[in-house]
Ligand binder design. Structure first.
Ligand code: SAM
Length: 272
């Protein structure tokens, strides 16, 4: 691993592709070869690709359908111990990521990327952020790439958020220890929408959130299990009836569990 040496610049970045041997995952590669690229600023670069290196996202990574680069925040730390954090101004518990340290890492991450945040958003994973949604995953997949900042400790100096135009994004109303798991969730949701990553594109159309609805229930063999039968309509072979049943089930589930979804902006809700 690089990142802890004396060189002050370009020392914390690694490109990642999927491989059967985890230690050979980290190879220096040319940057931005026209592929959708995620740049992740983190204190734990070894957490990547993590689950993203497996299954569909891992295969897509190995095939070059997307690229993943980590930037080790530690490499921009100050002093002999490469400190990246300090005590909170005004007192209180925990530590705060320093603005100057994160800003230097963001400068490194910006190399060769478009300035337009629609083409290349710069996101800080944060429980204070705007909720991450399927619509946002679609927008990210339509961009050229994304820079993600994984927070740690109590928080991030507010000045670097404002100065570098970081947009805070949350993956849910709970508090994680750090942003790495959140970054992987966000990347998984976005990467699977890139062209060629999912084999059966039709499954995206029907799945939860795509039309402002939760998905209908699924069944498979055996036809009867623990006294419960697969609904007759699904075995009828009548495709119009099956589509109607699924639609009604999806609407009923959504009404019961997530009545907010159908009115959500960008939900693509079909007319009631
Ligand atoms: N003190 C912060 C607060 O109350 O909002 C929580 C900091 S948390 C312990 C450390 C880091 O984990 C955050 O900076 C963020 O990067 C990440 N994190 C925690 N929960 C998250 C969530 N729900 N969504 C996205 N990132 C999260």
């Amino acid at each position: 691993m690089t990142g802890g040496g004396a060189a002050p610049r370009s020392h914390g970045r690694l490109s990642i592709s999927a491989s059967r041997q985890p230690r050979s995952l980290m190879d220096e590669q040319p940057r931005l070869a026209g592929r959708w690229t995620a740049r992740v600023i983190t204190l734990l670069p070894e957490a990547f690709p993590g689950v993203l290196g497996l299954s569909l996202t891992g295969r897509a990574l190995a095939e070059g359908l997307w690229a993943l680069e980590t930037i080790n925040l530690r490499g921009f730390g100050k002093g002999r111990h490469r400190n990246v954090d300090d005590t909170p101004a005004g007192g209180g518990a925990g530590m705060v990521l320093r603005a100057d340290v994160l800003s230097a890492a963001l400068d490194e991450a910006a190399a060769g990327t478009p300035d337009d945040p629609a083409l290349w958003p710069r996101l800080l994973l944060s429980p204070r952020g705007k909720p991450f949604t399927q619509a946002r995953a679609r927008a990210l997949a339509a961009a050229r790439g994304v820079t993600l900042v994984c927070g740690r400790f109590e928080g991030v100096d507010e000045r670097v958020i404002a100065h570098c135009g970081l947009e805070e994004v949350s993956i849910g109303d709970f508090v994680l220890t750090g942003g790495e798991i959140a970054a992987q969730a966000l990347l998984d949701a976005s990467v699977r929408l890139l062209p060629g990553v999912l084999g059966n594109a039709a499954s995206i159309e029907d799945e939860s959130f795509s039309r402002g609805l939760l998905e209908h229930p699924h069944y498979t063999r055996p036809a009867e299990w623990e006294g419960m039968r697969i609904p007759d309509v699904l075995l009828s072979g009548n495709h119009a009836e099956i589509a109607r049943w699924r639609r009604e089930q999806a609407e009923a589930l959504t009404r019961a569990r997530r009545p907010d979804l159908r009115d959500a902006p960008g939900s693509k809700a079909v007319p009631r």
